[in-house]
Design a protein around this ligand. Structure first.
Ligand code: ZN
Length: 325
């Protein structure tokens, strides 16, 4: 099978994007092909994406008091787009939804919440967000919240709070994937220890290849793999290479090589962070239409078709099935 055919035939699952904010702020429409930003519906189709995690990210100005309201406003944007494009775009809350989207040529949307500050410290809010379709929770963004310290706060060495422990248990109970990207190291350790399900790092690279604190060291990668989880290689230039000028497709493939070597091929996936970082994008990964270049690159580096499928989306699909059904 040619790399192009392999890409089209595979389930392609991207674990993180910040596109909803672009749409909410009216910077561009989701349904029309744009030259701005990285993701819109026509470009998702062009890039062969089967499933895209749409993150709900809260800007500082909405914290702490308007967190729930802003979360709902962002979700409203997604639900209106789902309603506007019923033939092309569908909500996915389980693995079967993604397989159905693949079969009918639709793009599946998976909802992720980026930071437990969205809950305003209330597990009832989490339970209602689950009913709205949320299936992934990034425990923290880089800031501190009621559950734990994000990476900007790692000076204190703080991990999960008592609320954070209850949150992990509630996510296990409901079937929400826990995500350790952005979390400070003590919290990463706590989540990996406490969580009874596969844990993900939705958009994090290898610290062995790029020294930025947002990356995962080899020990963290192995511990994450031991839960059965997946780490999504991310395209953020500062997380690819210490010298931003070296951030390109080949560097991304280097991260895949290293992470697959340390954690195993079953534990690496995609987590672009498209629309979540400032331009320029890495060379060769300018927007979501460039995803087939990753498939070509992996084939060129000697990955088998089966292994390429795992990295493109098979591993993410397995984790979703195990956690959410
Ligand atoms: Zn992020």
């Amino acid at each position: 099978m040619s790399p192009q055919d392999l890409h089209r035939d595979s389930i392609v699952f991207d674990g993180h994007c910040d596109t909803l904010l672009e749409i909410l702020d009216g910077r561009r429409p989701f349904g029309e092909r744009s030259t701005k930003g990285h993701i819109d519906l026509p470009r998702l189709r062009e890039g062969g994406v089967t499933a895209q995690v749409f993150a709900v990210y809260l800007e500082d100005k909405f914290l702490p008091a308007s967190a729930v309201k802003q979360t709902l406003r962002i979700l409203d944007v997604l639900f209106r787009e789902l309603q506007a494009h019923p033939d092309d775009f569908a909500l996915a809350t389980c693995a079967a939804d993604i397989e159905a989207a693949k079969a009918s040529g639709k793009v599946a949307a998976v909802i992720g919440i980026e930071g437990a500050e969205a809950l305003e410290g209330d597990l009832g809010v989490l339970r209602m967000l689950y009913r709205l379709g949320v299936r992934l929770l990034t425990v923290t963004w880089s800031r501190r919240n009621q559950a734990a310290d994000g990476g900007y706060e790692m000076r204190t060495g703080g991990g999960l709070t008592e609320f954070g422990v209850k949150l992990v248990q509630e996510c296990n109970q409901l079937g929400i994937i826990l995500d350790i990207s952005h979390l400070a190291p003590a919290g990463v350790r706590d989540v990996l220890e406490l969580c009874r399900q596969p844990v993900v790092a939705s958009h994090s690279n290898s610290r062995a290849l790029c020294s930025h604190w947002r990356g995962l060291d080899d020990e963290q990668l192995r511990a994450l793999a031991a839960t059965g989880g997946v780490a999504g290689v991310t395209f953020v230039p500062a997380f690819l290479a210490d010298d931003r000028k070296e951030a390109n497709l080949e560097r991304l493939l280097d991260h895949v090589d290293h992470m697959a070597g340390v954690a195993g091929i079953d534990h690496v996936g995609l987590g672009s962070d498209f629309d979540g970082f400032h331009p320029p994008a890495p060379k060769g990964l300018e927007d979501v239409t460039r995803l087939p270049a990753i498939t070509e690159g992996l084939v060129r580096r000697g990955y088998s078709d089966d292994d390429v499928r795992k990295v493109l989306g098979g591993n993410w699909l397995r984790v979703l099935r195990q956690v959410a059904g």
